[in-house]
Ligand binder design. Structure first.
Ligand SMILES: *[C@@H]1O[C@H](CO)[C@@H](O)[C@H](O)[C@H]1NC(C)=O
Length: 478
């Protein structure tokens, strides 16, 4: 049997023999959505000054006077944060849209990306910040849908042994998208006064590519079989994806499994350039890109560590590390006036902050949510988690500028306090789920064994059928 395999961090087995060209194409096409999602997270912060300048110019053109500083801050904050509102609203529709349209939802979703990208790209030409804001809203809606549809599709077409690894691929595509946006956002490339509309509009490129490739990707057999009851079509899809003629086993297996929604996570990149500027860094954009590289690297590090150390331990390590970095950051910023080299300390602490984020609080909550809920309520739990995430994102996006102006460097103490709270909460209330069956996790909550000190071996496979565990409406989860 030509079974090439590779062991990664212990238990994730890459069984390459199940990979066909169609499968690779399908995953690649779907993950373009994640890339685009990351791109739109990362794209907004580098050209901030240029875009603000154009908002000002538009204002002068319309009203014959410079834009008041407060109005400019509001318009800019809105441009950044409305992305999250779009994502918030649409992420809530993922379940419904995917049941309705199936995988073709990704194709339809591209209309949003095309519209949003065009509006943003044309906004300077039309001297309209309204177009920019509307475009950000629509592209946010695209990203909210894509962030649910992509992992769902990839999860559904993947063989069980590859599912965990491909879940990481989705996250890698997001951070890669962020990095690409940051590099292209350099002033010497597209982050300049005249070229920023190109930077914004470039998001339609992966859209067009995805639109062109999607017709060659089979609909998720799981969707066809479980939701649509189209056994014949499901079999045909399975044959194309696996390259095998006999797919009866897989079809039977599908009955047992329900789909799992894996979701995206976001970094702290909305405001990184201005944070670095406040930190006294000379070329903030390069520092931002540095953070992007750290982000990518530690996403990979986390993939390896999560197998060895357990989720709870890593999560607490990440939270604690972020908390300490935030405190160092505050101290460094407060001393910056009198001690110039503090700018390097503050930059290092930002890198540390990002690294610790990617080790724990970045990837882990998504695994956790999927693990803590059984098959039945899991999609609903994921939707609530996604919604909370997007809401929190919106609040940070909208308020950061104001709070930062109000508190100066001490804005990071708010993060430190919240992180400490989350750390304490995790210590007392969150159990280790590594290597436990869903029943054991449920029992853990029932007996209020809050310490959750058990540290067993990890099983990345979140898709084991669980029948008994059902947390929705169960008081013991509080
Ligand atoms: C807007 O532009 C005018 C003229 O170039 C300038 O004097 C003013 O400082 C600008 N306002 C802001 C808030 O940048």
């Amino acid at each position: 049997m030509p079974a090439g395999f590779q062991q990664l961090g212990g238990e994730v087995i890459f069984s390459l023999r199940t990979v066909t060209g169609t499968f690779v194409l399908s995953v690649f096409t779907a993950v373009l959505g994640s890339l685009e999602f990351g791109y739109n997270i990362g794209v907004i912060n580098a050209p901030q000054k240029m875009i603000e300048k154009d908002y000002n110019a538009t204002w002068i053109e319309r009203y014959g006077e410079p834009i008041p500083t407060g109005t400019l801050t509001s318009l800019w904050s809105l441009s950044v944060a409305i992305f999250s509102i779009g994502g918030m609203l649409s992420s809530f529709c993922v379940g419904f849209v995917s049941e309705w349209l199936g995988r073709k939802a990704m194709l339809v979703n591209n209309v949003f990306a095309f519209l949003g990208g065009s509006l943003m790209g044309m906004s300077k030409l039309c001297s309209s910040f309204e177009m920019m804001i509307l475009g950000r809203f629509i592209i946010g809606a695209y990203c909210g849908l894509a962030s649910g549809l992509t992992p769902m599709y990839v999860g559904e077409i993947s063989p069980t042994s590859l599912r965990g690894a491909l879940g990481t691929l989705h996250q890698l595509a997001i951070v890669t998208g962020i990095l690409i946006a940051q590099v292209l956002g350099l002033e010497v490339l597209l982050g300049s006064e005249h070229l920023w509309p190109v930077l914004m509009g470039l998001t339609v490129v992966p859209t067009v590519l995805q639109m062109a490739l999607l017709p060659f990707c089979p609909e998720s057999p799981r969707f066809l079989y479980i939701v649509r009851c189209q056994e014949h079509h499901a079999k045909r899809g399975l044959r194309r994806l696996t390259g095998k003629q006999e797919v009866g086993d897989m079809l039977a297996e599908m009955k047992e499994e329900k789909r799992k929604m894996d979701m995206e996570r976001k970094g702290i990149f909305y405001y990184s350039t201005s944070i670095f500027m406040k930190a006294g860094v000379q070329s903030p954009v390069y520092a931002t890109i540095g953070a992007g590289v750290v982000n990518c690297a530690f996403t990979v590090v986390s993939l390896f560590l999560i197998e060895r150390m357990g989720r709870r331990t890593l999560h607490m390590l990440g939270l604690g590390g972020m908390c300490i970095c935030a405190i160092i950051m505050t101290t460094a910023l407060a001393l910056l006036e009198s001690v110039p080299w503090m700018s390097y300390i503050s930059m290092l602490s930002i890198f540390g902050f990002v690294a610790f984020f990617e080790i724990g609080p970045g990837p882990i909550p998504w695994f956790f949510v999927a693990e803590l809920f059984s098959q039945g309520p899991r999609p609903a739990a994921m939707a609530v988690a996604g919604f909370s995430n997007w809401t929190a994102n919106f609040i940070v996006g909208m308020c950061f500028q104001y709070v930062a102006e109000l508190l100066g460097p001490y804005v990071f103490l708010i993060f430190a306090a919240l992180l400490l709270f989350f750390l304490i909460f995790t210590f007392f209330r969150v159990p280790e789920t590594r290597g436990k069956t869903f029943d054991q996790i449920a029992a853990n909550f029932q007996h209020h064994s809050a310490g959750g000190m058990m540290d067993m071996d990890l099983d990345m496979d979140l898709d084991k059928p669980s029948t008994e565990l059902d947390y929705l409406g169960d008081e013991s989860i509080n």
